[in-house]
Design a protein around this ligand. Structure first.
Ligand code: DX5
Ligand code: ZN
Length: 221
């Protein structure tokens, strides 16, 4: 049996009532909270940091928090997010001077570590670190914004990443981020992903009769 995880990206949530939005998606069946950290340097947008992660923990969120660091440099934010209650911490290899060290920092802090691959970043960064990661995250859009279209070359890249993970024999999650919708998630799963980030697909699905109800879209994903 496959275990699939749905990870709503809170980038598309209503930040004015973030705790409630997170409670709602978790109550509607989401498994983990995808937390996008942008620094207006590594990517051209600015979002949320460790204080907001800590605030969600203090609010009572017990689900895993999947911190996607789009920041450069990364190491300082790794320590801060460990202290703020992160569960997974992933970063882009291009943003770290010492990838092996950054991965080690994450695991030493008791979190699960992962590398994120931009659409044009080669999977070769995995060659010498398969024993040091718990997650591979493939970007299916260029990082920086929600609501972009899925880049179809990611399907072939997912198959290659799936092969590497299976050959390693290790327990490593394969996550996909960007443009995941109800109508393409089947193909994405068949290409080998087991963890699905969805931002706009979930948070734009509020409807008039039940403005907080995300059940139907999460169930269809
Ligand atoms: C983009 C972020 C994504 C984004 C996904 O840089 O990493 O997590 O919020 O949003 P959608 O699902 O709308 O493409
Ligand atoms: Zn993300």
């Amino acid at each position: 049996a496959q275990d699939f995880l749905i990870a709503p990206s809170i980038l598309s949530a209503n930040f004015a009532r973030l705790g409630e939005e997170v409670d709602n998606v978790l109550a509607s069946g989401a498994d983990i909270v995808h937390f996008d950290v942008m620094d207006n340097h590594y990517v051209p947008n600015l979002t949320i940091g460790p204080m907001v992660c800590k605030a969600l923990r203090d609010h009572g969120v017990t689900a895993p928090i999947d911190v996607h660091l789009m920041v450069k440099p990364v190491d300082r934010m790794i320590s801060d997010f460990i202290d703020a209650g992160a569960s997974y911490i992933t970063f882009h290899p291009e943003a770290s001077e010492h990838i092996d060290r950054s991965l080690q920092l994450i695991r030493d802090g008791g979190c699960q570590a992962g590398l994120v691959f931009n659409p044009a970043t080669p999977l070769a960064y995995l060659d010498y670190v398969m024993d040091k990661i718990d997650m591979v995250l493939l970007m299916s859009v260029n990082p920086g914004f929600g609501g972009q279209s899925f880049i179809s070359a990611t399907l072939d890249k997912l198959k290659q990443a799936r092969r590497r993970i299976d050959e390693s024999g290790r327990n490593i999650r394969l996550e996909v981020d960007g443009g995941v919708k109800v109508d393409n998630i089947g193909d994405i799963a068949r290409a080998g992903a087991d963890t699905f980030v969805a931002g706009s697909a979930i948070f734009n699905a509020r409807n008039a009769s039940d403005p907080h109800g995300y059940d139907s879209v999460i169930a269809s994903l």
